[in-house]
Design a protein around this ligand. Structure first.
Ligand code: MIC
Ligand code: SF4
Length: 641
């Protein structure tokens, strides 16, 4: 029986377990990446593990999220990460160098390798045939310390691409089209593997746009084969030696096959407030807009920005529109500066932003009240832009650029003949933002912004408390732990962040938790989708949350809850969700025994005098982690083995 590309890479990296979907396996971690807003926790945790050496072939610490530096906090975090990186021989990428995923693709991704990263868009490197998985920070710290990563062997969905794209339709439209089909939970527990003739018509960075937003499908990762196009991209970046051809076997057997004819796809947009609320651009044509932002790890490649430049050339940004452009890397910015595209942007009246995540994570450029903002980004959750009343639409760079000129939502197909931008044959690599050093005696500098992270003792036999919050479906980690210019500087300060937990749903949640000594949260389907931030688990832990009872969980957040020692429980009968209300008093007796024996867990609703049945879905190792009160306790006990 032929093998999928995913299982070929898993097989090459398998340390323990059997490669059967749903079974827990451990794989060798070749590379790790961190970014600064999750990275401080990662390196605090790595330090707490007390290892002398890291076990990965390559690890990189990027600074790209927290670059506003409106106070000492961001700079403190940068200095901490820089000094820890030096100690362990982790490559440090200075602020200004660019966005972690674009930089990793250009500089370090190697087909066939495994990469785990403390950012949900780590699968961007899947565009290059890397098995690249976004995880919580503690998993990355453990990956560095032990060289291994535990996951459930995934199902593999094959998306076969036929045909080629229509004029002005690009990779962003493809992934939005897929999101419309599969929704934000369509990829949970699955790897999306692309194949077919249509793959050849997509450039390397087009592929990366598609795998990047596989995160929005909830997928474990997405992956493209490594072919001549991969070779050309690596060669252009001076890394042709890193190339190996990779593909699934001709007769590979998949869990599911979806055929997509690229020529069926029109220009698309994700309407407010979810990446799967997708429709054709046609349906919003003419809608007046206020802001356009081109950038983010999804659409800030050389090709994306050159396409935008070609549309903007000789044109003027509409007087009512603010256009911001943030290139994905210093290399791209340098190339745009050298070839005149930067001058085109300035002449058109664009605002040139730093090579960083910037507005994508609410770090500046919050739009005005009740405005319409078009963004080439990957997430449009309500309030993520920093302006709750704004409507954010996700679009391709082509749609963004032409709409910025017109002042209303415009379809780029109205431009007539398509403009073809070729991938450069040489990338003018700007390497001077990387710091490569190793000094095991380096002094790690911790400024006053860096506070200890919460830990937990082993699990107790009985859990008791009130329901402090009940949520609906598809709650994002942005809902749980919002991120914006005011809060991001405190990613190393859990006590401060705790005051803002679930702020949009219940501003007083922290006070309620303080009053009741923590308690339980009730969730709907796909609880914890989106960002990998483990703060969405560490903050509830700090507030005394003992368990979360939901209809289902998103992958990374569920792992983060287990890693923090908070039990993610699932309703056996989802209809029971309606019977629990806020402030109900719950009690779970003999929880340890039930976890160990994998029995049904009975939850006594003392207020309603009802018993609800729940289950814990996880491996024996997950149970052991919960019993010990979290992954840090577990790994400290097991590192020697
Ligand atoms: C995001 O896009 O939501 C982030 C910010 O990159 C997060 C990480 C974080 O919250 O720091 C992610 O995608 O994991
Ligand atoms: Fe940065 Fe936005 Fe990409 Fe997250 S999605 S890594 S915030 S650019």
């Amino acid at each position: 029986m032929g093998k999928t590309l995913t299982y070929k890479i898993l097989e090459n990296h398998l340390i323990s377990g059997t490669l059967t979907p749903g079974e827990e396996i451990a794989i060798k971690v070749d590379q790790t990446l961190t970014q600064d807003s999750t990275g401080t926790m990662v390196y605090l945790q790595l330090e707490a593990m007390g290892v002398k050496e890291i076990k990965t072939e390559l690890s990189v610490a990027y600074i790209d999220h927290n670059t506003l530096q409106t106070g000492f906090e961001n700079a403190d975090d940068h200095e901490f990460i820089k000094t820890v990186a030096e100690k362990y021989g982790v490559i440090f990428s200075k602020p200004g160098n660019g966005i972690c995923h674009q930089l990793h693709l250009e500089n370090f991704s190697v087909p066939g390798k495994t990469l785990i990263g403390s950012d949900s868009h780590t699968p961007t490197s899947g565009g290059m045939g890397v098995l690249a998985i976004g995880t919580g920070g503690l998993d990355v710290a453990a990956g560095m310390a032990s060289g291994r990563y535990y996951l459930k062997a995934p199902k593999v969905v094959n998306i076969q691409l036929k045909g080629s794209l229509n004029p002005w339709v690009s990779a962003k439209d493809v992934i939005l089209y897929i999101l419309k089909k599969l929704t934000v939970k369509g990829g949970v527990g699955k790897v999306i593997e692309y194949s077919g003739e249509g793959v050849k018509s997509l450039s390397l960075t087009d592929r990366a746009t598609i795998t990047n937003m596989g995160a929005e499908l909830g997928a474990t990762t997405s992956i493209f084969p490594s072919d001549e196009i991969t070779y050309e991209f690596l060669k252009a970046n001076g890394r042709e030696n890193n190339w190996t051809p990779l593909a699934a076997d001709e007769d590979a057997v998949y869990d599911e096959v979806i055929e997509i004819d690229l020529s069926d796809i029109a220009t698309m947009t994700a309407k407010p407030h979810s990446p799967d609320n997708v429709d054709a651009v046609e349906t919003v044509k003419g809608l007046k807009i206020d802001q356009v932002l081109i950038g983010s790890c999804t659409n800030s490649s050389y090709k994306d920005l050159m396409k935008a430049a070609a549309i903007l050339k000789g044109n003027k940004v509409h007087p009512d529109v603010s256009l911001g452009i943030s290139p994905g890397s210093s290399t791209i910015l340098k190339m745009l500066a050298d070839n005149g595209a930067l001058s085109t942007f300035i002449a058109a009246g664009a605002r040139i932003l730093e090579c960083s995540c910037g507005p994508c994570i609410g770090m500046g450029q919050s739009p005005k009240t009740d405005s319409v903002s078009l963004r080439t980004f990957n997430r449009n959750f309500c309030g993520r832009s920093g302006t709750k009343s704004a409507d954010v639409y996700l679009v391709s760079p082509e749609t963004a650029a032409i709409s910025a000129v017109k002042g209303f939502f415009e379809d780029p197909v109205t431009l007539g003949e398509d403009i073809i931008i070729k991938e450069p044959t040489t990338y003018d690599i700007s390497d001077n933002y990387f710091v490569r050093a190793k000094d095991i005696d380096a002094t790690v500098v911790m400024g006053p912004n860096i506070k200890p992270f919460p830990t937990k003792e082993g699990l107790t036999d009985a859990l008791e408390g009130k329901v402090v919050l009940k949520t609906g479906d598809n709650i994002t980690t942005d809902d749980i732990m919002p991120s914006n210019a005011k809060l991001l500087p405190y990613r190393s300060n859990i006590p401060h962040l705790s005051k803002f937990c679930f702020h949009a749903l219940d501003e007083k949640l922290w006070e309620k938790c303080e009053l009741h000594g923590g308690g339980f949260i009730i969730g709907g389907d796909n609880y914890g989708q989106g960002s990998s931030r483990e703060h969405a688990a560490l903050v509830p832990l700090y507030l005394g949350i003992k368990a979360i009872l939901a209809k289902s969980f998103a992958r990374i957040h569920k792992a983060n809850l287990i890693n923090s020692g908070i039990i993610p429980l699932e309703f056996i009968d989802p209809n029971d969700y309606v019977s629990i209300g806020e402030i109900d008093e719950l009690e779970i007796k003999d929880v340890k025994a039930a976890l160990v024996s994998k029995d049904t867990i009975e939850i006594n609703n003392k207020t309603k005098n009802l018993t609800i049945k729940a289950k814990f879905v996880g491996s024996q190792r997950d149970v052991d982690i919960l019993l010990l009160g979290g992954y840090l306790n577990y790994i400290k006990m097991n590192l020697g083995e």
